[in-house]
Design a protein. Structure first.
Length: 314
């Protein structure tokens, strides 16, 4: 199979039929062997009924229905597990991503050898204050923190070599950072393509301003995981050692001062250095324990899914 199109969605009943026919037209006109995987992330409208109807009319259409809303990352994870295409395309279901971009994205992966190609909505039709400016700040911080030079981490339109999506595990709210996860997994050839952004035709956006706050928090998380996710003791142990040695230094200073310099001076417990030493050693011990617990957790954790599926159409 050439292409799997993975589409997470939430309450997009107005756009699904139009999106399906648009994708099918592009695929058929280019002679692709394809599948379209819709992941219904707990919709409360008729989205799943539409997906069921489409699957009966076209065997290329597959679907996954979640028990309730688990989030876009979990929807992509489920879609990636099902996908069989050599190239996997992700896009949103709101018609703001243009399916006509699929052939060029496919060629960049198959002919140009990219592991991952991310869309860049260079010209946007969103509110400049509500989305554009926060998005630019977010993308700037993501580039500087991750080292992945993309202009639009949040663009839902991306193309992946199958090896990438079968290797990278997308959990929590990490869908924004799949390129970073891919880079950390050894897929270094990451490209970007300017894509057409469509104005929203139906409904309203499912993401508010809070997604940027969550995005920055996730950025801190992925920075930590990138550097220390496989070796937490390297971070906690290093800081623990620093704090502990600070405590030891002040303890030695107080002991020498009391024994040889100010033998009849005030009590050690009346001096601020005593509390610095005590606090530093306690913090150092706690950081060491955090590192050990992190190492134990990594060695004992079992794979688990952060979502539950109600129904599958294959």
């Amino acid at each position: 199979m050439d292409i799997s199109v993975v589409i997470p969605l939430l309450n997009e009943e107005e756009s699904l039929n139009e999106l399906y026919h648009w994708i099918a037209k592009v695929m058929q006109s280019n002679g692709f062997l394809y599948e379209i995987i819709f992941i219904d992330d707990g919709s409360t409208d008729t989205s799943w009924n539409i997906i069921t109807t489409l699957s009966k009319e076209d065997t290329n259409v597959k679907g996954i229905k979640f028990q309730h809303n688990f989030g876009k990352s979990q929807a992509l994870h489920a879609g990636f597990e099902m996908a069989q295409g050599n190239v996997v395309i992700t896009m949103d279901a709101d018609l703001q991503d243009n399916p006509d971009e699929i052939p060029d994205l496919y060629k960049m992966v198959t002919e140009d050898g990219f592991d991952l190609v991310s869309g860049w909505k260079k010209v946007r039709y969103d509110s400049k204050i509500a989305k554009n400016i926060p998005s630019k700040l977010f993308n700037y911080a993501a580039r500087k923190t991750s080292g992945v030079q993309l202009n639009d981490f949040n663009c839902g339109l991306k193309a992946y070599n199958k090896k990438v999506i079968k290797t990278v595990e997308v959990t929590g709210e990490m869908h924004r950072y799949i390129p970073v996860l891919a880079k950390n997994a050894g897929f270094s050839k990451i490209g970007e393509k300017v894509v057409q952004h469509q104005a929203r035709k139906y409904g309203t956006t499912k993401f508010g301003a809070e997604r940027f706050i969550r995005g920055f928090l996730d950025l801190i998380t992925i920075w930590f995981l990138s550097g220390f996710g496989k070796r937490p003791m390297h971070l906690f142990g290093a800081w623990g050692a620093i704090m502990f040695f600070i405590g030891i230094f002040f303890s030695i200073y107080l002991g020498v001062d009391k024994l040889f310099i100010h033998k009849t001076g005030r009590l050690i417990t009346d001096r601020p250095q005593f509390y610095i030493a005590l606090t530093s050693m306690i913090l150092g011990t706690q950081l060491f324990l955090a590192g050990f617990l992190g190492e134990l957790f990594l060695r004992s954790k079992k794979d688990r899914k952060d979502y539950s599926i109600a129904e599958i159409i294959k």
